[in-house]
Design a protein around this ligand. Structure first.
Ligand SMILES: [Zn+2]
Length: 320
């Protein structure tokens, strides 16, 4: 008996029913599969919208576990790992906000200089001072070594300042001055909070790589929205991004109009903190106006800086 004959012996109805049920199962699986993919796409799209337009509503602590325990037993490498995990998303969110603001204000940017705000010089040099030195110049030309990480990182909450999230670290050397400043502001009825602090070289690398990939490998586009690793003052552990409940703890240029932003611009130097990227000096600093970003250089240095009447970038160039 041949194979064909064997098949033909099966009742026609049974064969039809079998084929039909196989088709039904196949189609049902395909539909379920497509529904799962469509749901995934919708979730990604809705998250993307949140990132771009309403990211302050995202609770990053729900994504990353609480890393801020004030324990002194944590080793520096543990801290670096925790900071890396908790800061990567935060940093990306900040850069999205920066990019949005840059896009919004790009029509008013200054011209007449060959270097754009986002550009890097062709020659990149190593920092002339150690990363531990409060006066080290770090900018788009002077780069910190990838191996540099502060050895005295502690939770910024040790200063008593309010924070918008856990897992923020700064150098212990600035805690007491930060505490005095935060206490003074509190006494004056001004709310201030820390939103971002230390970022490791790895964090900056991951963020920069993300933006290069986001821009299809276009590094020039990535440079306008993210600092290259080694070029961020946040790697020093002495830079802090501030915010206030006056602007619902968001990060943005509106901070400059809050009482906290105005108080800091006027008084923070007395506590050792200096605004790094002032308005109108974008060509010199290489960064857009960031009223929220302060760098700690110590009280004595800040007094000398204040007397000079210069912006921090140009004053530090005279020291490096
Ligand atoms: Zn900053």
């Amino acid at each position: 008996m041949t194979k064909k004959q064997k098949t033909n012996q099966l009742p026609r109805k049974t064969t039809k029913v079998k084929i039909r049920s196989i088709l039904v199962v196949f189609l049902a699986s395909a539909i379920i599969y497509l529904l799962i993919i469509a749901t995934g796409v919708l979730i990604v799209l809705s998250d993307y919208n949140k990132l771009g337009y309403n990211y302050s509503k995202i609770d990053t602590s729900a994504i990353f576990p609480d890393t801020d325990n004030n324990s002194d037993t944590t080793s520096p490498s543990d801290i670096a790992e925790k900071v890396f995990k908790s800061e990567t998303l935060e940093n990306i969110l900040k850069e999205i906000d920066d990019k949005r603001q840059t896009d919004e204000s790009s029509s008013g940017s200054s011209t007449g200089n060959t270097t754009s705000t986002g550009g890097y010089p062709s020659t990149i040099l190593s920092c002339t001072r150690s990363g531990n030195d409060l006066l080290v110049l770090v900018n788009k030309q002077y780069k910190l070594p990838s191996s540099y990480a502060p050895s005295d990182l502690v939770p910024i909450s040790n200063s008593g300042i309010r924070t918008t999230k856990s897992g923020l670290y700064v150098r212990n050397i600035m805690i007491s001055d930060l505490k005095n400043m935060a206490d003074t502001m509190k006494s004056a009825g001004i709310d201030v909070a820390a939103l971002s602090a230390y970022r490791s070289y790895s964090t900056q690398q991951a963020t920069y790589d993300y933006w290069v990939a986001y821009n299809g490998g276009d590094t020039a586009a990535a440079d306008t929205i993210s600092a290259r690793p080694g070029h961020s003052q946040h790697q020093l552990g002495t830079a802090v991004d501030f915010t206030s409940n006056e602007i619902s703890d968001q990060l943005g240029q509106q901070f400059g109009n809050t009482s906290a932003g105005q108080w800091l611009a006027q008084h923070s130097w007395k506590y050792g903190f200096v605004l790094s990227f002032p308005s109108g000096w974008e060509q010199e600093t290489g960064f857009s106006y960031e009223p929220w970003h302060y760098r700690y250089i110590g009280k004595d240095n800040a007094s000398e800086w204040h007397a000079s009447g210069m912006i921090l970038e140009l004053w530090l160039r005279t020291k490096n």
